[in-house]
Design a protein around this ligand. Structure first.
Ligand code: HEM
Length: 196
């Protein structure tokens, strides 16, 4: 069976997104860990700057009416203000070079970016634990990595169910997958820029 035939057997957009981006995710995971974000406050600051750029880039998507119709409750989810509070907890400003932000317009690609943003909260359980080494927590410095009030898993299951309830054309699904791939690539590119 060719890879394409195998890909076509993956049913449900959430599984398709996960399958199509697993290598991209692992690349980001390795690159983030190699930057040792929890070694000291300086490294953690760089990580917060990275998270800030990512969450500020996706923040407008959470306000888009068409996306709110696809994902009821979407406007309650963005973690931008939590990242900004984390920066302030560390005595940092929230200024940034706007040229670093991603400009997102395509509605269906935006679904892939949202998948990437929301899914990152699942892996954040591990990252949140690591911040405790630096004495940060949900009230100080690591707010954006804290679990959703409903808990990480129920919240993620709800988002996945919303993804799988969308009835997209093949072409629209392909754009969503491309959006998720682009989101991981953007995260990697930004990490490299901040490290330089
Ligand atoms: C060191 C950094 C990271 C680690 C250790 C990590 C780890 C994990 C883990 C353990 C899961 C859960 C897998 C599961 O329960 O099935 C996960 C899921 C996920 N992570 Fe990460 N992650 C990291 C960074 C990121 C970043 C930066 C993003 C996005 C920009 C991201 C996006 C996702 C997505 C979208 C999922 C959901 C996968 C799915 O089930 O469809 N992760 N991550």
């Amino acid at each position: 069976m060719s890879t394409i035939e195998k890909d076509q057997k993956i049913e449900g957009l959430s599984k398709r997104l996960k399958y199509s981006t697993r290598v991209n995710h692992d690349g980001v995971d390795k690159m983030v860990m190699a930057s040792e974000p929890f070694l000291n406050n300086e490294n953690y600051t760089k990580f917060l700057r990275l998270q800030h750029i990512f969450h500020l880039s996706v923040a407008p998507l959470y306000q888009r009416k068409e996306l709110q119709a696809f994902f009821p409750g979407l406007d309650e989810l963005p973690r931008l203000s939590a990242v900004e509070s984390d920066l302030k907890d560390l005595g940092l400003d929230t200024n940034m070079d706007e040229a670093l932000l991603a400009k997102l317009t395509d509605l269906y690609q935006a679904i892939g970016w949202l998948y990437c943003s929301e899914g990152s909260n699942i892996g954040a359980a591990f990252l949140y634990k690591e911040t405790q080494k630096l004495n940060f927590d949900a009230e100080n410095g690591a707010r954006h990595l804290a679990a959703h009030p409903e808990g990480r898993a129920p919240h993620w299951r709800k988002f996945v169910a919303q993804l799988d309830a969308l009835s997209l054309t093949e072409e629209q699904e392909a754009r969503a997958v491309q959006g998720a791939i682009d989101a991981f690539a953007f995260y990697k590119k930004t990490l490299a820029q901040l490290a330089a």
